[in-house]
Design a protein around this ligand. Structure first.
Ligand code: HEM
Length: 534
């Protein structure tokens, strides 16, 4: 029905449209003013100049000028989808997290997959780690599992993250490579960072070139804690297992796909969800206690180590189904803000120094990237449970406390109150010790799990690792960096080292890297020219 003066029309949802001539809605400015001509700026005379008072022109250009927000400093290229998490059974014995209390409960979810090193417009099939970030909109707040498709990480302490990322991304003078790790800076840093060797084995393996997002595993990487209603703690590692199984492409396939279709992974996710082939993952938990953790030579707080699934079988606890693409890529996939510190009551952190640092970094980076403190007002980041707090104002505030009272305690009996019973409680771990900059001795072994991964691979897969290392290191211009890497490989697997060293044409094999030096974490003492024979 048309209402007053034929200028307004009600749409299907009952909303009012201003009408142009005919039945189309009229184009308006962002202030709602109808526009008469969107193709010609306001000019004095037929040939200009353009008048400064042309508010429509200025608004249109101003808004366009501000369309871009900073891309993520890492994981810039990503692709997301909506879905749900379904809980298999109550886990009340281990955790009071609301999401794990009732069998069959469905919790809305949003997942963003990403590459790490490349910029927003880079190719999908780069040899790289893939981000696997899951936001679960639970009834007691958003829970983000900000994971990767590889269960370990390059570094043990978050303070090294800026160096790692500077080294992996494009070199600052030449601004390449944009999406691949084959360059001197990256391999220089890696060769001086022995703790990265386990991760490097994974990154040089087929894991780093997945066939599609649907065929990837996901890992929370760190050890976290589950806390039950009695505040009893169980350590936990989170694993996502793809229903379709794990599949990768070969390197020569990846190179061709990148040339023919740099959007291969995002197209695959879009096509399969639009066709009703909803990808699915099972959430599996490795659960253990302190006594179990103490039996290992390595430290469960060290993100460069994993607990082999043969030793501790993961338990299936629910499934994640992705069944809907975003309506708008920018509003949802670009503006979604994942943060490791988003945990509901019943989930808690461990002292992993990488996780502790991440818990600072993500809030800080969202403030910058999303332009202020109110990024939870963006629908994709807003909780889907009731929420009440006294935060107010700031850039882009969409909602403020209602009424007179915006503080507590107050005498008016208004506003929300804290709940010792329902609220988040940290595990009361007893801590003591001298304040110092140090790495624990229990973080010192950098080669055993690298070897464990390499020998777990089939001969074909081992061949791919050797070929990837040879290809990557052959692009490195500085000979000492290549030799330093081969010196590390000698501590991982002699056959691998001989193969890579031979294929690189090294004149002489270096001595194995000094594991004792490597564990000191002191770059000035790191393997240098002196590790070379003679
Ligand atoms: C982004 C995972 C270590 C800082 C991301 C994303 C993932 C991720 C999946 C992309 C989130 C998205 O899709 O929007 C991981 C994993 C790590 C790790 C699994 C180690 C286990 C770190 C560390 C830091 C860090 C140590 C800093 C100290 C960042 C930042 C972003 C990011 C600043 C960009 C966030 C944004 O702009 O939205 N990380 N990360 N990450 N990560 Fe990490």
């Amino acid at each position: 029905a048309t209402v007053h003066d034929q200028k307004l029309m009600r749409g299907e949802g009952g909303e009012l449209h201003q009408l142009a001539e005919g039945d189309m809605p009229v184009l308006t400015t962002a202030q709602g003013g109808p526009v008469s001509d969107d193709q010609n700026s306001l000019k004095i005379g037929a040939r200009g100049p353009t008048a400064l008072e042309d508010f429509h022109f200025r608004e249109k250009i101003f808004h366009f000028d501000h369309e871009r927000i900073p891309e993520r400093v890492v994981h810039a290229r990503g692709y997301g989808a909506h879905g749900y998490f379904e809980t298999y059974d109550s886990l009340a014995k281990y955790t009071r997290a609301d999401i794990f209390q009732r069998a069959g409960e469905k919790t809305p979810a949003f997942v963003r997959f990403s590459t790490v090193a490349g910029s927003k417009g880079s190719v999908d099939l780069a040899r790289d780690v893939r981000g696997f970030a899951v936001k679960l909109y639970t009834q007691e707040g958003n829970w983000d599992i900000v994971g990767n498709n590889i269960p370990v990480f390059f570094i043990q302490d978050a303070i090294k993250f800026p160096d790692l990322v500077h080294a992996v991304k494009e070199e600052p003078d030449r601004a390449f490579p944009q999406a691949q790790s084959a360059h001197d800076n990256f391999w220089d840093f890696i060769s001086l960072t022995p703790e990265s060797m386990h991760m490097i084995m994974w990154v040089m393996s087929d894991r780093a070139i997945p066939r599609s997002f649907r065929f990837m595993e996901g890992f929370g990487v760190h050890t976290f804690r589950l806390l039950n209603a009695k505040d009893e703690s169980t350590f936990v590692k989170f694993h996502w297992k793809p229903k379709l199984g794990l599949q990768s492409v070969a390197w020569n396939e990846a190179v061709k796909i990148n040339g023919a279709d740099p959007d291969f992974h995002r197209r695959d996710l879009w096509d399969s969800i639009q066709a009703g082939n909803f990808p699915e993952w099972e959430l599996q938990l490795q659960l253990f206690d302190q006594e179990f953790a103490d039996r290992f030579d390595f430290d469960v707080l060290d993100a460069t180590k994993l607990i082999p699934e043969e030793i501790l079988a993961p338990i299936p606890v629910g499934r994640l189904v992705l069944d809907r693409m975003p309506d708008n890529f920018f509003a949802e996939t670009e503006q979604v803000a994942f943060m490791t510190q988003n945990v509901p009551p019943g989930i808690d952190f461990s002292n992993d120094p990488l996780l502790q640092g991440r818990n600072f970094s993500y809030l800080d980076t969202q403030l910058k990237r999303l332009g202020g403190p109110n990024f939870t007002h963006i629908p994709i980041n807003a909780p889907k449970c009731p929420f009440h707090h006294f935060q107010q104002d700031g850039h882009m505030a969409m909602r403020n406390p209602v009424g007179r009272v915006n503080y507590r305690p107050n005498s008016f009996g208004e506003g929300p109150r804290e709940s010792p019973q329902r609220g988040f409680r940290s595990f009361a771990e007893a801590e003591e010790g001298p304040k110092q900059r140090i790495r624990a001795e229990s973080f010192a072994d950098h080669y055993s799990q690298a070897r464990q991964f390499y020998v777990s691979q089939t001969p074909t897969e081992q061949g791919h690792i050797a070929a990837a290392l040879t290809f990557e290191l052959s692009k490195v211009q500085t000979p000492v960096i290549r030799e330093r890497m081969v010196a590390h490989l000698l501590n991982i697997d002699d056959g691998l080292a001989q193969k890579v060293g031979g294929d690189l044409g090294l004149k002489a094999m270096p001595k194995p890297a000094d594991a004792a030096v490597a564990t000191r974490q002191d770059l000035s003492a790191a393997p240098s020219l002196s590790i070379l024979a003679n």
